[in-house]
Design a binder for this molecule. Structure first.
Ligand code: HEM
Ligand code: NAG
Ligand code: NAG
Length: 331
């Protein structure tokens, strides 16, 4: 009795405190958010994404990574898409953006134009939601799991390069560092392991892992957790004096398919970054990697859960956001 009264109080006070800070919750996100204001938004975005993929495969990894970077810096509010101006250096011009491929930005801008050209939809759909829909679509269109996407985000009101500092994981991170950074965004270690499988598609520049194949430590030039055969392949693909623009497939086996090959690679010592391989070498995450390498269905379910949680990070509402007319321009 006392316990349930305490429970009631707790629920009440939580509800009250949420009411005081409605701008920081994701409670307003829901499926079919645009059912009355722009009912065809999801099929419009899907059409643009499909066309864009026909032009270039890079659309897939570029859009997926753009969504991740957007959500981890000031929340999923399309602030990563904002262009720098004479007076403001925006998020996308931080050095960690390096390599955010232009095709992700282009996908959102084209989809926004298509949505706004649809009668009734003009200025009704946020850039942040368009990016969330496009991301769901690129995953599904490359063989990954599909899921109903939660919508109702507003676009952020600021975007600064300084806000990126310390917010994105580095390829040299340990399991503790990875887990802590994801936890800061409300994501569990299991979510982190699931989301890392995004590296089953897309490219990396040689510089991001060169140390692992050429100058690992005093004990030897090659990272001992790296498969020897794979290390040799990487040395061939990325010679010491490599053109800094060269990028290689992160999943050497099925680079264009969104699948659980990522985990199968880790089991064979074929994770490209330290932050990938550590998921297998650290005994705390190893059982999950082993399980998902063998059980694609379990991985897909965990990935959907984690992506949905990622999409709730730092969502803007009320006075903390707006619907941008031009995704690249704040005002
Ligand atoms: C767990 C920590 C993570 C680290 C340390 C990390 C780091 C990196 C690095 C260094 C690259 C290569 C960039 C380049 O050289 O061009 C990369 C690429 C990529 N990352 Fe991650 N990442 C992480 C998690 C994620 C997550 C959670 C997602 C999405 C859900 C993601 C999606 C991607 C994609 C799709 C690419 C390929 C981009 C392209 O080909 O254009 N990453 N990541
Ligand atoms: C290294 O990779 C090859 C396939 O490329 C595999 O046959 C071998 O078992 C791997 N070695 C280890 C130690 O996992
Ligand atoms: C795609 C993009 O905007 N890249 C920028 C990332 O940051 C560097 C350095 O700050 C810029 O030179 C790039 O243009």
């Amino acid at each position: 009795m006392a316990a349930s009264r305490f429970h009631l109080l707790l629920v009440l006070s939580l509800t009250l405190s949420l009411c005081h800070f409605p701008d920081t919750t994701w409670a307003q996100l829901r499926q079919n958010y645009y059912a009355s204001s722009c009912p065809k938004v999801e099929s419009i975005v899907r059409g643009v994404v499909q066309n864009k993929i026909k032009q270039t495969f890079v659309t897939i990894p570029a859009t997926l990574r753009l969504f991740f970077h957007d959500c981890f810096v000031q929340g999923c509010d399309a602030s990563v898409i904002v262009a720098s101006t004479a007076t403001n250096k925006a998020e996308k011009d931080h050095s960690d953006n390096l390599s955010l491929a232009g095709d992700g930005f282009d996908t959102v801008i084209k989809a926004k134009a298509a949505v706004d050209a649809t009668p009734g939809c003009k200025n009704k759909v946020s850039c942040a939601d368009i990016l969330a829909i496009a991301t769901r679509d690129v995953i599904a269109l490359s063989g990954g799991p599909s899921y109903p996407v939660e919508l109702g985000r507003l676009d952020g009101l600021s975007s600064t390069a300084a806000s990126v500092n310390g917010k994105l994981p580095q390829p040299t991170f340990s399991l503790n560092q990875l887990t802590a950074m994801f936890a800061a965004n409300g994501l569990s270690q299991t979510d982190m392991i699931a989301l890392s499988a995004a590296h089953t598609v897309g490219f990396s520049h040689c510089s991001r892992f060169a140390k692992r194949i050429y100058s690992f430590s005093r004990k030897g030039p090659i990272d001992p957790t790296l498969n020897r055969t794979y290390a040799k392949t990487l040395q061939t693909l990325c010679p010491k004096k490599v053109d800094s623009r060269i990028a290689i497939n992160m999943d050497p086996n099925t680079p264009r398919t969104f699948d659980n090959m990522y985990y199968k690679n880790l089991v064979q010592g074929m994770g490209l970054f330290t932050s990938d391989q550590v998921l297998f070498t650290d005994p705390r995450s190893k059982p999950t990697v082993t399980k998902w390498a063998a059980d694609s269905q379990a991985f897909r379910q965990a990935f959907i859960t984690a992506m949905t949680k990622l999409g709730r990070v730092g969502v803007k509402s009320g006075r903390n956001g707006k619907i941008r007319q031009d995704c690249a321009v704040l005002a």
